[in-house]
Design a protein around this ligand. Sequence first.
Ligand SMILES: [Zn+2]
Length: 63
Amino acid sequence: MKGKGGRTVAKGNLPSKLCPACNRPFSWRRKWARDWDQVIWCSDRCRAEGRRAGGGAVPPPAG
Ligand SMILES: [Zn+2]
């Protein structure tokens, strides 16, 4: 028997991005329909975190 999850469900074939703050992929949302191109963070919280980390768009090197 298999648990739930693990199966890829293509629902509308929505685009997705990787959030630099939490390093998690997030999918297109309706509220971003207008400015999906400029969306960087998956949430307001991550945006705040990302902005605090630095001013550049490039995340600091790990280490
Ligand atoms: Zn995030």
